[in-house]
Design a protein around this ligand. Structure first.
Ligand code: ADP
Ligand code: MG
Length: 299
């Protein structure tokens, strides 16, 4: 039978906007010694905005696309994508009142970007790896700018047209304001804090630094997030994972304690043992705190 104190604990959590789905979850939370945070949508609001547009070399005739041309093209490629980065680009194009063409074809490359055909041009939009895998020329010219933007915690995305770098666009997301405090308090409890993201190392490190997180695992492909959790568990850690996205669902299920953001997508919410209804990161402390209080009561 479920001890009364567990019911009281879960009831108290619910009042505080922290939905604990089972008594087992509440019990497990007590022994958590590592908390892994996803970056986009968890430590940050997940509503990135287009902040920078850098124009690079044009086609053979020397016709470079201007800033608006680059944004319009990126938006065409992102039209059918549901990625938060795509939403940022679409909103950027809308703010600039640009006409966004329908692509002839579209393909998402998970963890790397998108590729499409627009007006007979082969367009690639995404990270450096995507460019390198397609042997895009002129990429070196854009790297310095891209890295400077990443150093500011922005996600720099390369845009290539017909195998040649056309521009670099940067998208930036804001840290949830409570993140630094929550990280500090977790550390004070003796909990190890880790950030896990598919984004580039430089961007990831800059955002982690703002949150006070030193341990960063960047460039994690969507299907590898779960493996990263498993590897921490194999090191003997009891792991809580906080996430919001489709990429996070398997990792949330794998973690000893999956913590889903209430603002996250359904699959993430279903995969979590705990749901932060208000998407306030303080909920992570609430869950761990309740568990400690309840378990103390039971013994
Ligand atoms: P995260 O863990 O931050 O949610 P993802 O695994 O979804 O990241 O993506 C990793 C990286 O792949 C992004 O930072 C970006 O560089 C690139 N990428 C993924 N999807 C897209 C997209 N739709 N448009 C542009 N770039 C993308
Ligand atoms: Mg996310």
């Amino acid at each position: 039978a479920t001890p009364t104190s567990i019911m009281v604990g879960t009831g108290r959590g619910a009042q505080l906007g922290v939905l604990v789905k089972s008594g087992t979850a509440l019990q497990t939370a007590e022994s958590v010694d590592t908390v892994v945070f996803d970056k986009t949508g968890t430590l940050t609001h997940g509503r990135p905005e287009l902040t920078d547009v850098v124009v690079f070399a044009g086609d053979e005739s020397g016709n470079a696309l201007d800033e608006d041309g680059l944004v319009a093209l990126a938006a065409s490629v992102e039209r059918s994508s549901e990625h938060p980065l795509a939403t940022a680009i679409m909103r950027g194009a809308e703010a600039r009142k640009l006409v966004v063409a329908e692509p002839e074809s579209f393909e998402a490359v998970p963890g790397h970007g998108v590729r499409a055909e627009v007006d007979g041009q082969a367009v690639l939009f995404g990270n450096l790896t995507l460019m390198q895998e397609h042997s895009v020329s002129g990429v070196e010219a854009g790297r310095e700018q891209a890295e400077a933007l990443a150093g500011q915690g922005k996600t720099a995305l390369y845009l290539a047209v017909d195998g040649r770098l056309a521009g670099v666009l940067a998208v930036s997301d804001t840290l949830r304001k409570e993140a630094p405090e929550v990280v500090t308090r977790l550390k004070a409890l003796g909990v190890r804090v880790v950030m896990l993201t598919g984004d580039e190392e430089l961007t990831a490190r800059a955002v982690a630094a703002q949150a006070g997180i030193e341990t960063v695992v960047a460039r994690v492909l969507p299907e590898r997030k779960e493996a990263e959790i498993r590897s921490l568990q194999q090191d003997g850690r009891t792991v809580a994972m906080a996430g919001d996205g489709i990429n996070d669902a398997p990792a949330l299920a794998r973690a000893d304690l999956g913590i889903a953001m209430g603002s996250g997508i359904d699959v993430a919410i279903e995969s979590g043992d705990v749901v932060l209804m208000k998407s306030d990161l303080h909920g992570v402390l609430t869950a761990l705190g309740l568990s400690r209080a309840v378990m103390r009561n039971i013994r």
